[in-house]
Design a protein around this ligand. Structure first.
Ligand code: BG6
Ligand code: MG
Length: 219
């Protein structure tokens, strides 16, 4: 039985979750309110459009359609300026190790991200060629926790969903992986990601032995 791996991007491969938070916070502050880190947890893995709707509900702010689109564009410009100088040095610790191992052993792996900026980041960090498939916010109609993004990724790497392992840092992403009947590996805090099948605080905690056990279906 062949296994495949699906990586979320923001907060798993690169530490961009903090930049999304900074950019959303700036937007909220400009509209006269603030968002907390706890609120930000609920935005992880959520599409740009849905995130803005949620944030405006929190701030009880009503915007016209034009103003809404303008704020989305402003947020993204801001976010893009944060990631503009990103290089492979910005990969989170331990991620390259696992990606290189999968690559060298011809184990298929895909990206499954809600972000429409995913390809830019994979290019900047030198990873784009390594992935067997990239599925991002441009390819899906239903956002996490809907499993669509992971199901498309699984079909692109031609691995049955139940043989896929998903690395995720968001609650919505773990729920999406679970709904897809994939093995979910949470990257982050145990209290937050408690629905995951396995949880690690970061990739440097994930040993190749664990990856091999997953590949051989020993766990
Ligand atoms: C997810 C992030 O990966 O992508 C969210 O966790 C973000 O915070 C979403 O809103 C959409 O990203 P982008 O880059 O298309 O605005
Ligand atoms: Mg993420």
């Amino acid at each position: 039985m062949h296994k495949g791996f699906i990586f979320d991007l923001d907060g798993v491969i690169v530490d961009t979750a903090k930049f999304h938070y900074l950019a959303w916070r700036k937007l909220a502050n400009n509209l006269g309110f603030d968002i907390t880190e706890d609120q930000n947890e609920q935005l992880k893995g959520i599409s740009r459009l849905r995130s803005l709707e949620i944030i405006l509900e929190w701030g009880k702010v009503n915007l016209s359609q034009d103003q809404f689109m303008e704020q989305m564009a402003l947020k993204n410009d801001n976010y893009l300026s944060y990631i503009s100088s990103m290089t492979k040095k910005d990969l989170l610790p331990g991620v390259s190790n696992v990606i290189d191992y999968l690559s060298e052993n011809n184990i298929p792996f895909a990206l499954g991200s809600a972000s429409k900026n995913a390809r830019i980041i994979l290019e900047k960090t030198g990873l784009i060629q390594k992935f067997n498939a990239v599925v991002d916010g441009n390819d899906v109609s239903k956002a996490k926790p809907n499993p669509e993004v992971f199901l498309i990724a699984a079909s692109k790497i031609k691995i049955e969903p139940e043989n896929c392992v998903v690395f995720e840092d968001s609650v919505a992403g773990i729920q999406a992986a679970n709904k897809a009947e994939m093995i979910s590996v949470g990257i982050g805090e145990k209290d937050i990601l408690n629905e995951a099948d396995f949880i690690f605080s970061d990739f440097s905690e994930i040993k190749i032995d664990f990856i091999n056990q997953l590949i051989k279906s020993q766990i």
